[in-house]
Design a protein around this ligand. Structure first.
Ligand SMILES: *Cc1c(COP(=O)(O)O)cnc(C)c1O
Length: 454
């Protein structure tokens, strides 16, 4: 009998997060104060994050224990299943073996509750009553709304305007968990009002929504801010995915040659890949980890490694990362969660050091891949996830050409059951390929009034 899914018992769930910083050959460069260009310490974050998360942001410990209360909530859906994609392999007629790790079984339908629950827990411990945040496609907002409801906390979400209007069901879901949701740019903040004054029809962006949420958290002592991606502690919370995956691959008697995950700010990609990169660094394995981004927002494949702001309004410290320029507003493609101008500092350093790779696909290629996946494996993937499936198909086709039976692990980090409008547009032939030119990228980077220090 061919085993289709590999499941772990609850008592096999990992007890620690993995911090890749401990094993990185080149440590991440420090954040800088934009006024003085001096490195800034973690205390700069203390107005909006609890101390425990600030410590996790800068720790060099290899492992951080997952609190018992957090593990208790994780057990509602973790450990998550891994599947062998026999039907997809057959449709591609490839000698490659394809597996996928499925995070869509979480309450909000993606990997995001892994960090949302941890962040809500540490904020609750610190006496915080309300958490503000931004959300793109709505995945992060729903994850944090769920997490806050578990701890009896308030949640205020700034949702990128385009998604707010295209994805009413995500908003209803957040409201159901008890959160307040506002379309961004909104009239509630200085950052929002400034954008609206310049462009009343602004579709919004993650950068703008981040500025709004941070502004609200700065104003009130009992209110903190939470970010769903990019930061070191967020990436670290997601590594439980990769730790489970290693156990599952061992049970399958296999080990991946290639791992693919979609890339917005880096959290799901970090989650599945970092524990395998640890194997590469400490055991000398050669597992290729490929981050998949949309060709309309290609910071990893065509951006520059340099210091830039994390948000559009330029209120964060300067961070060393791959970026298209913080004022870059990507085309309104359906993968809302991948429309971010930059990338996490840790993943950026890993890419610079060639410990990870990147690939880009336009949204038509991504949806073609997602539809083939749905027809063969049955699950409708999130639009973001479709980009990783497109990379996996590219790799499986390469295996066919080269006659190699490599093992490919896809991070199926979310389902697309709230994203059916995107599938409707795809079926109606309304999706465009949105290639951007070198001139557009150069123009956005030229706008940066920040010295190139790296
Ligand atoms: C949020 C999200 C992403 C992008 O964010 P990362 O931090 O890069 O993971 C990708 N896929 C899904 C399903 C998401 O919800």
């Amino acid at each position: 009998m061919k085993q289709k899914k590999i499941v772990l018992n609850e008592d096999q769930m990992p007890t620690h997060y993995y911090n890749i910083v401990a094993d990185m050959p080149n440590k991440p460069l420090p954040p800088l104060n934009p006024e003085t260009m001096d490195p800034i310490g973690p205390e700069a974050l203390s107005g909006i994050f609890p101390m425990e998360l600030i410590q996790q942001e800068v720790t060099t410990e290899r492992y951080v224990e997952i609190p018992e209360e957090v593990r208790d909530i994780y057990r509602k859906w973790r450990p998550t299943p891994m599947y062998r994609a026999y039907e997809l392999e057959k449709a591609l007629d490839t000698p490659a073996k394809i597996y996928y790790k499925y995070e869509g079984v979480s309450p909000s339908g993606s990997h995001k509750p892994n960090t949302a629950v941890a962040q809500a827990y540490y904020n609750k411990q610190a006496g915080i009553k309300k958490i503000t945040t931004e959300t793109g496609a709505g995945q992060w907002g729903s994850a944090l709304s769920f997490a806050c409801s578990q701890f009896g906390m308030e949640c205020e979400v700034y949702m990128v305007g385009l998604s707010y209007h295209h994805k009413p069901y995500r908003k209803i879901m957040m409201n159901t968990y008890g959160a307040d949701v506002y379309a961004s740019p909104s009239n509630r903040t200085n950052a929002g009002r400034k954008v609206l004054a310049e462009n009343p029809d602004s579709p919004g962006s993650l950068g703008i929504a981040i500025s709004e949420a941070i502004e609200m958290a700065t104003k009130d002592e009992k209110t903190n801010y939470a970010l769903g991606s990019v930061l070191n502690h967020v990436l670290m919370h997601q590594t439980i995915i990769g730790e489970e995956s290693i156990k599952q691959m061992e049970i399958a008697g296999d080990m991946p040659d290639v791992i693919v995950g979609p890339f917005g700010g880096g959290s799901n990609f970090a989650g599945i890949s970092f524990p395998f990169i640890r194997k590469n660094i400490t055991e000398g394995t050669n597992i290729r980890c490929i981050a998949s981004e949309p060709s309309s927002c290609p910071k990893l494949t065509r951006g520059q490694f340099r210091y830039d702001f994390g948000d559009t309004a330029g209120t964060t410290p300067l961070l060393p990362m791959y970026t298209l320029g913080h004022e870059f507003i990507p085309a309104p493609v359906h993968a809302g969660g991948l429309r971010y101008h930059g990338a996490g500092v840790v993943v950026s350093q890993l890419l610079k050091d060639k410990l990870i790779e990147a690939a880009a696909h336009d949204q038509v290629e991504a949806f073609e891949a997602g539809v083939l996946f749905a027809k063969t494996e049955g699950i409708l993937p999130a639009p973001e996830t479709n980009h990783a499936i497109a990379t996996a198909i590219r790799e499986a086709n390469r295996c066919k050409e080269e006659g190699k039976s490599e093992t490919i692990l896809i991070h199926l980090c979310g389902h697309g059951y709230f994203d059916l409008k995107a599938y409707e547009d795809f079926h109606a032939g309304k999706l465009t390929r949105h290639e951007i030119t070198e001139e557009e990228i150069k123009a956005s980077l030229d706008k940066l009034n920040i010295p190139e220090l790296v």
